[in-house]
Design a protein around this ligand. Sequence first.
Ligand SMILES: Nc1ncnc2c1ncn2[C@@H]1O[C@H](COP(=O)(O)OP(=O)(O)OP(=O)(O)O)[C@@H](O)[C@H]1O
Length: 464
Amino acid sequence: MAKSNDRSGIWIVDDDRGVRFVLAEALRDAGLEVREFEDTASVRKALQEATPALVITDVRMPGEGGLALLDELRAQGIEPVIVMSAYTDVATTAAAYRAGAVDYLAKPFDLDQALASVQRALAEVPHADAVSVAPTVPAHALLGESGPMREVFRLIGRVAASDLNVLITGETGTGKELVARALHEESARRGKPFVALNTAAIPSELLESELFGHEAGAFTGATRRVAGRFEQAEGGTLFLDEIGDMPLILQTRLLRVLAGGEFYRVGGRELIRCNVRIVAATHQDLDARVAAGQFRADLKHRLDVVRIELPPLRQRRSDIALLAQHFLATAVQELRLPPKRFSKAALKAIAQRDFPGNVRELENLCRRLAVIAAGTEILPADLGKSTDAQRGDWTDALRDWADRALERGEADIHTRARESLDRVLMEAALAANEGHRQHAAAALGVGRNTLTRKLGASRTRRKS
Ligand SMILES: Nc1ncnc2c1ncn2[C@@H]1O[C@H](COP(=O)(O)OP(=O)(O)OP(=O)(O)O)[C@@H](O)[C@H]1O
């Protein structure tokens, strides 16, 4: 068959179906054409008929690995190639760049980071018009009919067009990132990048280079110049999530950049001017952190020009039915399940629940119901099943937590999970034994010293 000269589409090569799916969905959401491959053999076959605009490949796969494919692609003049891998050792990374990769995504990666990398790479492709590149991920609908949400919509409408910095506050899962995207989409910056960075998920020693980029040779392993989030967001909006957790030293650096509108890359000498709107978010009480000396008052003033407070879901129960129906329909469609709907009684029962994890928790519940409810109509009894499943098997909740933490690339997941496990067990045992340590230790089947040591560790950590 004749091979077309058009370079079209992004080809994703990974034996892990989950990674392929998530990445492909994100790229399609951004308006890009995507093909998925589970091994290099199927890529070689497809190359006989078509030429991709860009290839994103995993390194280690059963059979032939991604680096061999890179050689082959280079021989055919097919560039750029982005490599992704869970192996971030210097040898693998260096081998990928030597073989001609333009970027290296360390798994688990942040989807915004992957998208930014793809867009940078596509900008280099000679016939890039063969691929439709949407500059931003389209905003997902921010739903709500309750009084508090109407107030949020009104505020978004009022401040979006201004270039004022916005601080969004609210408990976890209340939709802070969605509000930030809505602010961007409703502003004149729409069409320019929306770049999100969770400052709490990045080790503090990497945060500076993540924000401002670095030059080749700036530190060990910095083999080439990398643009930071500020540069990636040029002309658009930079969303700094969990700003309350930003280390003080970086708060100082950020403040200087916001005040002066210019910065240096790490290890760089060229002063870079930036035009970026900052939207920050936090689930913490920023005023309390300022009072405690953990957050700079002057930085807070810069960020907190307009404040949007997202109420927890339990304070806007009238939104629950609308959201639940939306999430159920979306889950059914995504998972390709037969259509399902809530009975009136089930919707009423859901609306009466408290959701400590807010909209995200409701979304997870609806996804679970989409899978486990037997009939086409979800009944109150199905909710019971879902709760029992959660209560009976806490590993489901742990799994949800781990999935989320991994997706966000958070650090020290294992340590934090162990600490939570210890804390929950100890608190439960102490409560059940009226605070009597010896009895609590005996009930848990651990020694008293172990209990005391762990209690001490958990207290210190919570204070810090
Ligand atoms: N009003 C809403 N309408 C539709 N979906 C929503 C709404 N609010 C939140 N969601 C969905 O709930 C999930 C959590 O929202 P989001 O990530 O914006 O919360 P967040 O407050 O930024 O959470 P965190 O503080 O944990 O980062 C997302 O999947 C989002 O799409």
